[in-house]
Design a protein around this ligand. Structure first.
Ligand code: FPP
Length: 157
C-alpha cells in the first residue's frame, strides 16, 4: 500500500475506523492452506493498515481481534492465534510505538496466557505517553459480556 502525501487534499479522512476481521479461514481454504495461514496473512495486512491509517491521519483505529466466542475454536487454531498476538505485539513494541501510536486493549485480557498478559502490560506501559493515533485492540471482547460486566460493577457499587 503506497502512502500518497496528497491524499488528505482529496478525501475526507474518517476520525475512527472499526475493523472486524472475517474470512481468514475461507481465504486459506480457497488456497488449500491451513486456517492459521489465513490468520497470518490477516495479521500482516492489519499491520500495513495500522501504519497506513496512522500516516493519513486517522485518529482512532479499532480492531476486533478475538471475541469471547472464539475460545470455542479448535485448540490448535487458538494456539496459533495466541502466537500471532505475541508476534504482532512484539512488533508493535519495536516499531509502532516509535511511530507515536498509542495502543489500548478492550476486553478481558486476564484469560490469556501469562506471557501474553505480560506483553500486553509492557505495551500499555510504553504506550501510555504516546500522543498519535489510538489503536484499540478488542481481545477476548464481547458485547454481551461488556453489558453483563457493567451490570455486575453497578451492583457491586
Ligand atoms: C476471523 O476470521 C479472524 C479471527 C477470529 C482472528 C483475527 C486475528 C488475527 C489475525 C490476529 C491479529 C493480531 C492482532 C493483535 C491485531 P475467521 O477465522 O472467522 O474466518 P472465516 O470466517 O473464513 O472462518
Amino acid at each position: 500500500m503506497e502512502y500518497n502525501s496528497d491524499i488528505k487534499n482529496i478525501i475526507v479522512i474518517p476520525s475512527h475506523i472499526g475493523i472486524i476481521m472475517d474470512g481468514n479461514g475461507r481465504w486459506a481454504k480457497k488456497r488449500n492452506l491451513p486456517r492459521s495461514s489465513g490468520h497470518v496473512a490477516g495479521a500482516s495486512n492489519f499491520k500495513k493498515i495500522t501504519r497506513y491509517a496512522a500516516k493519513i491521519g486517522v485518529k482512532h483505529l479499532t480492531m476486533y481481534a478475538f471475541s469471547t466466542e472464539n475460545w470455542k475454536r479448535p485448540k490448535a487454531e487458538i494456539s496459533a492465534l495466541m502466537t500471532l498476538f505475541k508476534v504482532y505485539l512484539e512488533d508493535a513494541l519495536q516499531n509502532f510505538l516509535d511511530e507515536n501510536i498509542k495502543i489500548n486493549f478492550l476486553g478481558d485480557t486476564s484469560a490469556f496466557p501469562n506471557s501474553l498478559q505480560n506483553l500486553i502490560r509492557d505495551v500499555i506501559d510504553v504506550s501510555s505517553k504516546k500522543t498519535g493515533m489510538v489503536l484499540n485492540l478488542a481481545m477476548n471482547y464481547g458485547g454481551r459480556t461488556e453489558i453483563s460486566d457493567a451490570v455486575k460493577c453497578i451492583v457491586r457499587d
